[in-house]
Structure formats: structure tokens, C-alpha cells
Ligand binder design. Structure first.
Ligand code: AMP
Length: 432
């Protein structure tokens, strides 16, 4: 009988790293390490964690991300149950904004600086760096229209990759101006491209009708050439929006954060205004985006909030971060091993070990033993595999003496320790 397999585009995170094709899937302790570093970076940037459900109302995502985006039109894992429409969240900005509005987080006072880490779901064609269940971490700074909020968002994003010693990432930025500037630009772009419609790819032809700004993302060579002479967003942005953009650039310079201006950068999601940015790394191959984000003052109103709610943020892919760390041969800390492994000879010893291991664990000591009732040799093999710095063999003599020989594996040295003193003795690792 055949057994089950994981769903294409998802993957298991196991105690050991493994590979699928040429992609290394990091071990669970490596994920935990990365998450710990992320928490540390977020906390020192004075961000607080928010966790929202993986299930959201489909309408939230449709409105919050935009009907004509690829995410909503093609990539949602959505279903209906008893008249309610659910979606597995494809991103976390709309959910965080929903939670912010629902719980009136503005009442906490000041600017809300939030971060998240969690799974997202998109029905994309899986490939290296692109999955159907992937993980995003990100930041949302809600309640500040000041350009410093935009610059601080970007600085926090950069700080994450610096914390891992990753260099060589490229930051591209642009301004999208206000929605009316984008609308004027969209019209100008459609006017410019329409005479060339027959030369456009099928995708771009469709986008010309539904979401023309996405054509700027095209990778098709002759379309890129065509776009060289196209009107740019910057030509349609007013003085106030330009001033905001200039301020963000100045602030980035004041922090020594290098960036390239990219007038073609629009981002896929509908709700952005003003600052848009993307962080890329060449080591990632085709899926080069590590992270992206921008200002999204229009999102809360799109979700029914009365009046504007200035906000900006970034979202980053965990799997892309792991790929980038692979490229620099990142040195993950070794996983925690048991402090001590107990081997037992005979039934009485097994019973004693079982109870003692439990007691030591209650006292905070990471203790291990064998649950298979195997030979001493097999137990010692297991002790080796588990790599505990101390091992203890318990048999009839030890039980009679009330004392154990604790072996320090690195030196082979044995020390007699009375049962009463075991917890004390094992509470510190052997001297290096
Ligand atoms: P987006 O919300 O599309 O801007 O995505 C933000 C970040 O999430 C991207 O820069 C990627 O690092 C990551 N990402 C987006 N979609 C996927 C996916 N299908 N698989 C893996 N990572 C993704």
C-alpha cells in the first residue's frame, strides 16, 4: 500500500536538514535560530509581535490585496463552508490591519510598531524559492505618515540581513505618489502601450486591461525595450509626494543605507502609496526578491475604515532568507544535545533510570535514555548518536551503592557521584 506524501509546494521541517532537488530545507533547530535572531532584531527596533489567524475572510484579502492582483485572481487557497468564504492567508499585511482596526489598537496610544512571523499560502507554480506554503516575517508601522516611519521600516529590514552577516543585497526604491497620481500614470501608460498591444505577450495584454502597472514587472526583453520610452510614474507625482520621497532618501543616506532608485518599481499589491521598495539578492537566482514593502495609507480605508490611516511595512520570505544564508555558508549554532545519557543494565536499573531521567528533567536538566530496552552496546551507540557530554551506566552495583560513575565523553574521565548529588553534578556541562 502506498503511503502519503506532502502536498506539492509545501515541505516538512525536520530535525535534520535535507534536500529537495537542489534546495536545502533547513533543520527545525536552524529555523528556531533564525526566528530567535529575528525576534532579537525586531525587539531592539522596538517592535511588538502580533499573531493573526491563518484563516481569514476571503473578502478581506480580495479588498486588501486587490481584485486584479495575481494573488487574488489566481493564487488564493479559498473555500466556502456553510455560506462563509474562507481563505488561507496569502500575506499578512491585510490581516494585521484588520486586527488593528478590529481591536482599536490606536487606543494604545502613539504609533503601533508590529512584527509577525508565520505561514502564508499561494497557489503558485512551485519552483526554487517559490512555494505554496511559505513563511513570511515582516513589520507594520501603523499611525505615522512621517517619512521617518518609511526609512525606519527599511532600516529594520536591512538590519535583519545584517544580523546574519549577509551582504550583497540590493535595495531598490521608488515612489508611487498618491492614488490619483497612479491613476493618471496608469492612463498615460495605457495610452502609450495600446498602439503596441499586438506586440505584447498574452499576460501583458491581459494586464493592459486589468492591472497595467504590473506590465512594468515584465521580464520579456522586447517589452522592456518598449518600456524604456514609456512615461514614468515620477512624471505624474506632485510636489508633496516628491518631498516625501526626497525626505525618505535623505534619511536613508543619513543611516548609510545604500539604495538604487528604480522608476519601474511598482510592487504587485494594490494598496501602496508613496514609498515602495524591494530588496534583492543575486544568490537567489530567478526568485531574487528577499523582501519588499512600502507605504500603504490606502489599505485601512479599503477595508472600510473611516478616513486615512497612515502605515508602512515590509514583508520578507523566510525560505528566501535561508537560501541566501546557504549561499554564504552560514554557520548555524549546533542544536542542543542532552546533557546526559543514561544506559541501564537490567529491569531494576531501567526502572531507576526512567524515574531519575524524569526527576532530572523536572529540575531543568536535558536528560536522555533509551526507550527500546536494548543491549548495553546498542544503548551506547544511541548515547553516541545523541552526543551527550556525560554518560552514566546504571546496573545492579550502582543501585546497591547509591552511586553512579559519570563519564565525561570528551576526556573519558569517570567520576563517582552519589545519587543524591547527581542533579547538582549534571547541572553544569564539563569544563571545556
Ligand atoms: P510579496 O507579499 O509578494 O511582496 O512577498 C514578500 C516576500 O515574500 C517576497 O519578497 C518573497 O521573499 C516572499 N515570497 C512571496 N511569495 C512567495 C512564495 N510563493 N514562496 C516563497 N516566498 C515567497
Amino acid at each position: 500500500m502506498s503511503t502519503f506524501q506532502h502536498i506539492k509546494g509545501t515541505f516538512d521541517i525536520l530535525p535534520d536538514a535535507y534536500t529537495i532537488g537542489d534546495t536545502r530545507i533547513a533543520a527545525s533547530h536552524e529555523w528556531r535560530h533564525v526566528e530567535t535572531v529575528l525576534h532579537e532584531v525586531m525587539t531592539r527596533h522596538n517592535l511588538e509581535e502580533i499573531r493573526t489567524p491563518m484563516l481569514e475572510p476571503t473578502e478581506l484579502v480580495a479588498r486588501g490585496v486587490g481584485e486584479h492582483t495575481d494573488i487574488v485572481s489566481k493564487e488564493m487557497f479559498a473555500f466556502e463552508r456553510r455560506g462563509t468564504h474562507y481563505v488561507l492567508r496569502p500575506e499578512i499585511t491585510a490581516p494585521v490591519t484588520r486586527a488593528f482596526l478590529e481591536h482599536h489598537l490606536e487606543q494604545r496610544g502613539g504609533v503601533q510598531k508590529l512584527f509577525y512571523i508565520g505561514p502564508c499560502f499561494r497557489a503558485e507554480q512551485p519552483q526554487k524559492g517559490r512555494y505554496r506554503q511559505f513563511h513570511q516575517f515582516g513589520v507594520e508601522i501603523i499611525g505615522a505618515s512621517d517619512p521617518r516611519a518609511d526609512a525606519e521600516t527599511i532600516a529594520t529590514m536591512i538590519a535583519v540581513y545584517r544580523a546574519f552577516g549577509l551582504t550583497g543585497a540590493r535595495l531598490r526604491i521608488n515612489t508611487l505618489g498618491e492614488p490619483e497620481h497612479r491613476a493618471a500614470f496608469r492612463d498615460a501608460l495605457v495610452d502609450y502601450l495600446t498602439p503596441y498591444k499586438d506586440e505584447l505577450s498574452e499576460t501583458s495584454q491581459r494586464r493592459l486591461d486589468t492591472n497595467p502597472l504590473r506590465i512594468l514587472d515584465t521580464k520579456v526583453e522586447h517589452e522592456r525595450a518598449l518600456l524604456n520610452d514609456a512615461p514614468t510614474l515620477l512624471d505624474h507625482v506632485d510636489a508633496e509626494a516628491l518631498a516625501h520621497y526626497d525626505a525618505v532618501k535623505q534619511l536613508l543616506k543619513s543611516l548609510d543605507i545604500a539604495f538604487e532608485e528604480d522608476p519601474m518599481l511598482v510592487r504587485g499589491l494594490d494598496y501602496y502609496s508613496h514609498t515602495a521598495f524591494e530588496l534583492e539578492h543575486d544568490a537567489l537566482g530567478a526568485q531574487s526578491a528577499l523582501a519588499g514593502g512600502g507605504r500603504y495609507d490606502g489599505l485601512a480605508p479599503a477595508l472600510g475604515h473611516d478616513g486615512p490611516l497612515p502605515a508602512c511595512g515590509f514583508a520578507a520570505g523566510m525560505e528566501r532568507l535561508f537560501l541566501a544564508l546557504d549561499a554564504i555558508d552560514y554557520d548555524y549554532p549546533a542544536p542542543e544535545t542532552p546533557r546526559v545519557f543514561f544506559a541501564a543494565l537490567g529491569e531494576d536499573a531501567e526502572a531507576w533510570v526512567f524515574k531519575t531521567v524524569h526527576d532530572l528533567r523536572q529540575q531543568g536538566i536535558h536528560a536522555a535514555h533509551d526507550l527500546k530496552g536494548r543491549s548495553l552496546k546498542a544503548q551506547m551507540r544511541e548515547a553516541n548518536r545523541q552526543d551527550a557530554p556525560y554518560t552514566v551506566i546504571i546496573g545492579g552495583n550502582e543501585l546497591a551503592d547509591g552511586s553512579a560513575q559519570v563519564k565525561t565523553m570528551a576526556t573519558g574521565e569517570q567520576t563517582a557521584v552519589s545519587f543524591d548529588d547527581l542533579a547538582d553534578y549534571l547541572s553544569t556541562p564539563p569544563a571545556a
